[in-house]
Design a protein around this ligand. Sequence first.
Ligand SMILES: *[C@@H]1O[C@H](CO)[C@@H](O)[C@H](O)[C@H]1NC(C)=O
Ligand SMILES: *[C@@H]1O[C@H](CO)[C@@H](O)[C@H](O)[C@H]1NC(C)=O
Ligand SMILES: *[C@@H]1O[C@H](CO)[C@@H](O)[C@H](O)[C@H]1NC(C)=O
Ligand SMILES: *[C@@H]1O[C@H](CO)[C@@H](O)[C@H](O)[C@H]1NC(C)=O
Length: 466
Amino acid sequence: MSRDKMVCSCLISSLILLLIASSISPSYTSKIKTASFLSPKQVMTPGSVTDPHLFDIDFPTGHIGLKGFDAEVVDQDGNPVPLHETYLHHWVVQPYYVRKGFNLSQLDIAPRDHHLGSSPDYILVRNGGLCSNRVRHYFGLGSETRKTSTYVPDPYAIEIGDPEETPDGYELKWLVNIHAIDTRGVVDRQGCTECRCDLYNVTVDEYGRALEPGYRGGLDCCYDKTQCPVRNGFDDNGNKTRTLYLKYTVRWVDWDSSVLLPAKVYILDVTDSWEPSEGSTGDVREHFCHVEYEVKPCKTNGDGCVDVKKKSLMMPFNGYIVYGVAHQHAGGIGAALYREGGEGICSSMPKYGNGHEPGNEAGYIVGMSSCYPEPVKVSYGETLIMEFNYSNVVGHTGVMGLFYILVAQQLPEPVSSLPALFQARERSLNILASLAVTVVVAVVVLKAAVVYRRQNREDGYQSLST
Ligand SMILES: *[C@@H]1O[C@H](CO)[C@@H](O)[C@H](O)[C@H]1NC(C)=O
Ligand SMILES: *[C@@H]1O[C@H](CO)[C@@H](O)[C@H](O)[C@H]1NC(C)=O
Ligand SMILES: *[C@@H]1O[C@H](CO)[C@@H](O)[C@H](O)[C@H]1NC(C)=O
Ligand SMILES: *[C@@H]1O[C@H](CO)[C@@H](O)[C@H](O)[C@H]1NC(C)=O
């Protein structure tokens, strides 16, 4: 082989390498987009409760994969508002299809109703399960929102907006339900945040139905426009009225089925009515979720004062759990998800604040730890056990025990083929690889130039093809 030919084939192979390197996408983490939005404004006064369902909120559009959703309450100057002023009971976010040109409003829908659902004008898009009546959202947290990781691990994402799944004549939109309680100047802060019916002076629920006998507190007593009592004179004739927003930050990527794997949202509720029975399929219609429960104070004082609530549920899917996080209210001291044999899948622990500033409010749960397990395989019909612990040194009304999990149908291909190898690596590795190739190409080009110049000097103008 002549020197020219060697230079030439080396150049070509370097170019091919360069092409491969540049066609391999730096892993999709570099393609994650982030945007923050403000909800419609909420006007609050001391002791007031706001609990609206707000439709058609700002949200990224198109066929996308959601990678995270974070939120917090801010005031009209954009400053974070601490939980001891505005207690964020929960926010939940859910997609829906709406007939083009139809304006869905709060009046069209009673989301806490058991027949939450659809009409010819809109179709709510529900998560994978398990509850049939409530808890059908895609994202949702409460006071813990500032310090809870919602990041969907790579290479998974929550797929949304697939044009093939959008019914003809409909478009995809999003709604948010924000439940906030203004506790500035209230006479009993814990009573207000735990929605005690006697404090709110409530005897009928949001729909005018009498409360269930023995119901002492919870969502049925602190619905939109109810009022928790405030110390005399605190409100200064409405001087303390203020405008708040839920600021939410969405992270997403454009859908790309060559690098992303879809993960579905499932939410397990410790108050689920489901019981194993002959012929049960685990279908959502078998699951009525109470969503909240009461923790009675313990009789003996001391260390033993822990309320442990467990629930076994049959999983109606095959898949792999890739993320998990629990939702607890103040008083919560931990939650876990186990296999029937006792093997732990995920435990999620509350973080309590110890200061005054937003994100660190003493006495409040300001974060829950989330799990990123090695994907945990779950088979259809398998029973998982959830466990929620609350301290019952004092009693608590309206506490919750939800376990939010992300389930992938499929795992990534084993890291063997070249593209998969590159996809699995960090972006920096790809940059290193392209750098190396660039250096090789530069050296070869330089060498070729030197050879060419030398040949030109030695042989005069000579075609490289000789
Ligand atoms: C939809 O209805 C709401 C409430 O009735 C109203 O405030 C809003 O302006 C309407 N939007 C459109 C686009 O008509
Ligand atoms: C509680 O509500 C009843 C009517 O439902 C009313 O007569 C009473 O004054 C209220 N009490 C307080 C303290 O607001
Ligand atoms: C409103 O509150 C501010 C302090 O927050 C106070 O300086 C002012 O006098 C109050 N105004 C009225 C009308 O009460
Ligand atoms: C809940 O409490 C029980 C009894 O104290 C304990 O055995 C269990 O490990 C606790 N679970 C979690 C998730 O903290």
